[in-house]
Ligand binder design. Structure first.
Ligand SMILES: C=CC1=C(C)c2cc3[nH]c(cc4nc(cc5[nH]c(cc1n2)c(C)c5CCC(=O)O)C(CCC(=O)O)=C4C)c(C)c3C=C
Ligand SMILES: [Fe+2]
Ligand SMILES: [Fe+2]
Length: 331
């Protein structure tokens, strides 16, 4: 009979509303945007802006956007993350053939990190490998997930052994997976096109204060360009999803895409490597908003290359991350 391994895996994504409705979006945004890792402004200044302006105006607007991308089973971010977890579940056995429990959790909203960690402990594991589903480390995402994990263990009388993965921006299987999906898109469309690598932005100030995110994104882009043998003029690195008035990482995706056609680049593919899983930011903001802006500025062809989601290459990458980072528990 199969036994349970002495370790388990917790994969953590950002979180998403429970429904595409204004109240559910408000609940999600309140929790997400109240995290000082995400918005580090003085709470005396930020709380009134959040409560009186953002949580009053934004939820109904953003709920309509969620409605556009919502799947039968729920929010794309959750549904597609669950599919990856399920793929991994069927393939996860330790060296002794024991089943390795795996749980999916969200930093904000449901399923919570606390529930995920509790389920793993109830399954009898003594050690947990934690993988935030962010290829490029940022204090706003990876560290925020770890803050929540630590908080959830606050009242736990005996901690599990923990291994906290930092990121995988330059992991060969991650780069290979991105390169393969770009090649597959080129084969499908019968032509290579200028490649735009568009990353979720963060305020520039966070990077000036030491957040390594921009450097990690630049490494991913350079390695993907090398894997595809792209010349300097065949790819562009940008940041999307600006929020608020302060300066964010540049170049901005919207401004760059509007300028590309006037530089003679009228056919592009866009990939968003910072999103391991497709979500509102890729399915609406990139595919629809940026696509429209590019075409209105003279662009002829715009095709988004999906996130790695539950594809075979992504599963292989996660299996490798798990194998390499649990060796200490398999001796
Ligand atoms: C306010 C500041 C924000 C920072 C900093 C930020 C960083 C950041 N976010 C992701 C990944 C995702 N963000 C998503 C949605 C989203 N992000 C922000 C704001 C910041 N993100 C907002 C307000 C929202 C909600 C949508 C909206 O109101 O516009 C999502 C998708 C969630 C979903 O339900 O689909 C993801 C994923 C990264 C990787 C990142 C920094 C590295
Ligand atoms: Fe975000
Ligand atoms: Fe957005």
């Amino acid at each position: 009979m199969k036994k349970t391994s002495n370790y388990g895996v917790l994969i953590i994504n950002l979180g998403t509303p429970d429904a595409p409705s204004a109240p559910a979006v408000r609940r999600f945004l309140r929790e997400f945007l109240s995290d000082p890792r995400v918005v580090d402004l003085n709470p005396l200044l930020w709380k009134p802006i959040l409560n009186l302006i953002i949580l009053t105006v934004r939820p109904s607007k953003v709920a309509k956007v969620y409605q556009q991308v919502w799947m039968d089973e729920g929010s794309p971010l959750l549904v597609l993350s669950e599919r990856l977890r399920d793929q991994l579940k069927t393939k996860l056995n330790d060296t002794r053939g024991n089943e390795i429990p795996i749980e999916l959790a969200m930093t904000y909203g449901n399923p919570s990190i606390e529930d995920g960690a509790n389920k793993l402990r109830q399954a009898g594991v003594k050690n947990i490998l934690v993988i935030p589903m962010y290829p490029q480390f940022s204090g706003t995402t990876t560290a925020a997930a770890y803050d929540r994990l630590m908080f959830s263990l606050k009242s736990c009388p005996h901690w599990p052994g923990l291994h906290l993965l930092h990121d995988y921006a330059d992991h060969p299987l991650y780069i290979k997976a991105l390169a393969n999906s770009i090649r597959a898109q080129w084969d499908k469309q019968g032509e290579r096109r200028h490649l735009v690598l568009s990353y979720h932005g963060i305020p520039k100030r966070y990077v000036s204060n030491g957040d390594p995110y921009a450097r990690r994104c630049e490494i991913t882009s350079r390695l993907v360009a090398e894997a595809l043998d792209l010349g300097d003029h065949e790819w562009t690195h940008v940041y999307q999803s600006r929020f608020g008035r302060e300066e964010w990482l540049k170049p901005y995706a919207d401004k760059t895409l509007k300028a590309l056609p006037s530089m003679g680049i009228k056919k592009i593919n866009v990939i968003s490597p910072a999103f391991s899983i497709d979500c509102i930011e890729t399915l609406e903001e990139v595919t629809l908003e940026l696509g429209d802006e590019f075409k209105h500025s003279g662009g002829i062809a715009f095709d988004y290359i999906p996130a790695l989601n539950d594809g075979l290459d992504h599963v292989a990458l996660y299996l490798d991350l798990i194998k390499q980072n649990t060796k200490q528990w398999t001796m």
